[in-house]
Design a protein around this ligand. Structure first.
Ligand code: ZN
Length: 279
């Protein structure tokens, strides 16, 4: 399966040098939204959508008052998944399936640009987004982003294990065992990684399970302090989040040659993988 790496968002969050590891004169951190566009026998599959056309047109209504300012969201229609799908010569109707790692506002803004697509989501995340339990959950999910009524396909805790990770489900309709939902909770109630079997091995899109490549550095584990605090403050279950980062580190140590593990917001990871995919 051919996989395209798309940058579908750009953010320069507050926090200056505490949010990156480029030194005190390094300016603002730059976080991106990393999406995958997968060409399958059953049409195109989009993994995480980033921001969409309606977010660009109505940022306050779609993203709220606080988030765009604090996160330094930079919106640009050319960066939306739908415009990049079109630039690759496809139509928006070719996108048949969408798999968000979770339903936070920076991961599902473009659901409404692909109203015909099935949206495959882990059940716990769906419930968290539809019935937020806390103020924090109420802030992170923006129901306006799915007000068009997507065709949800929900998956519960069943399935075979994948490299020792339990509770994995195949994606219906896109080829058996080639695109999997791997629940890795902590950041949100039903946060999941999405594993894609590409031509040259597995890609594991970890969403916000971690946010800085240094967290998975096996010889020098590190994370900018501001980004570390942000992750603890933002998550729903810090114990699960920290434990899952350790599980990802173990996975990387054992299977680095078979699985490319990456997160949603790290620009260096994105640039490296995009370059490899275009060779
Ligand atoms: Zn995110």
């Amino acid at each position: 399966m051919k996989v395209h790496h798309l940058q579908t968002g750009s953010m320069c969050p507050w926090g200056g040098p505490f949010m990156h590891d480029k030194g005190i004169f390094g300016g603002h951190a730059h976080l991106i939204c990393h999406s995958l566009l997968v060409e399958t026998e059953d049409g195109l599959v989009l993994v995480d959508t980033g921001f969409g056309l309606e977010d660009v047109r109505n940022p306050r209504q779609r993203l709220g008052m606080l988030f765009p300012t604090l996160a330094g969201v930079q919106l640009d229609e050319r960066m939306t998944a739908v415009r990049q799908v079109e630039a690759l010569g496809f139509s928006r109707h070719d996108v048949r399936h969408i798999l968000p790692t979770h339903l936070d506002l920076d991961h599902v803004g473009a659901l409404s640009d692909f109203p015909h697509a099935k949206v495959h989501v882990y059940e716990d995340e769906y419930i968290a987004a539809m019935s937020p339990k806390t103020f924090k959950e109420g802030q992170r999910y923006r129901s306006v982003q799915w007000a068009h009524g997507p065709h949800w396909e929900r998956y519960s805790l069943e399935g075979e294990s994948w490299f020792g990770f339990p509770s994995v489900r195949s994606l219906a309709g896109a080829g058996k065992d080639e695109i999997l939902i791997v629940p890795i909770t902590g950041h949100s109630r039903g946060h999941s990684a999405i594993a894609v079997k590409a031509d040259n091995g597995w890609l594991m899109h970890c969403g916000d399970a971690y946010m800085h490549r240094g967290q998975l550095d096996l010889t020098n584990e590190h994370c900018p302090v501001g980004l570390d605090i942000f992750q603890s403050a933002q998550c729903i279950d810090n114990e699960a989040r920290v434990e899952n980062i350790q599980r990802l580190r173990q996975l990387k140590a054992r299977h680095e040659s078979e699985i490319e593990i990456f997160s949603a917001h790290d620009e260096d990871e994105f640039n490296r993988l995009k370059q490899i995919s275009e060779k």
